[in-house]
Design a protein. Structure first.
Length: 227
């Protein structure tokens, strides 16, 4: 498939560009989030951008007693696109990825999808994104970004939401988010932007099985001067 080859080429190109180090050495000093004009919900980041990742995965939901879906977390693989920020294809990466991920048959996991595109060559997987039980012992599960599989044992961050912004691309896309560090050395703040899909149906029947909805987004990992 021509599209599959194109997206795989993009990921392999990112890998080749960043292959000299476990930590990307590509210059991100000029990389900036393209916030919608006039938005005030999310603060402009002030820290140093360390990583720019593409998340490809699923948002998970369960049906509430009121007949609406509620979020129970997410699972995603994180691809390193730090070295593609200034490239001609950068602005199209979320759409490329979502079109390809949407075309994958139901029942195929993100891990199986990655193995499939890896047949074309190595791809730049930074780590994984998933949710863990609340560190306080109660309350909602907390999001974690885990680079341990490709970096050091301290390369993770557990976050907490600071603010959200309705996706400027439409109601089918999950919100953009600003999150702060709860624990871990990977980042002081995390931003989820450029989201594609991930929203559940508006209604459900009480007792329905949990569902997983495919999504794509960009994740920005910032450190401050003391982290």
């Amino acid at each position: 498939m021509q599209f599959t080859s194109l997206f795989t080429f993009i990921l392999i190109a990112a890998t080749a560009a960043a292959s000299t180090s476990k930590k990307s050495e590509c210059d991100l000093s000029c990389a900036k989030i393209n916030f919608p004009e006039g938005q005030t919900a999310l603060a402009v980041p002030t820290g140093k951008l360390d990583y720019l990742a593409l998340g490809v995965g699923v948002q998970n939901y369960s049906c509430s007693d009121t007949g609406t879906y509620v979020s129970t977390g997410a699972v995603a693989e994180l691809f390193d696109i730090s070295c593609l920020y200034d490239s001609a294809v950068y602005s199209n990466i979320p759409d490329f990825a979502m079109q390809l991920w949407s075309a994958v048959p139901e029942g195929v996991t993100i891990q199986e999808f990655i193995q499939g595109i890896s047949d074309f060559g190595n791809v730049a997987v930074l780590g994984q994104h998933y949710f863990i039980p609340n560190l306080n012992g109660s309350g909602a599960a907390q999001p974690k970004w885990d680079f341990n599989s490709s970096n050091s044992t301290t390369a993770f961050v557990v976050g907490a939401k600071v603010a959200n912004l309705t996706a400027p691309t439409g109601s089918q896309d999950i919100d953009w988010l600003q999150l702060k560090n709860v624990t871990g050395d990977l980042a002081a703040s995390i931003y989820r932007t450029d989201t594609r899909l991930g929203q559940p149906p508006a209604n459900c029947t009480n007792g329905s099985d949990p569902i997983s909805v495919k999504y794509v987004s960009q994740y920005w990992f910032y450190k401050n001067n003391t982290l």
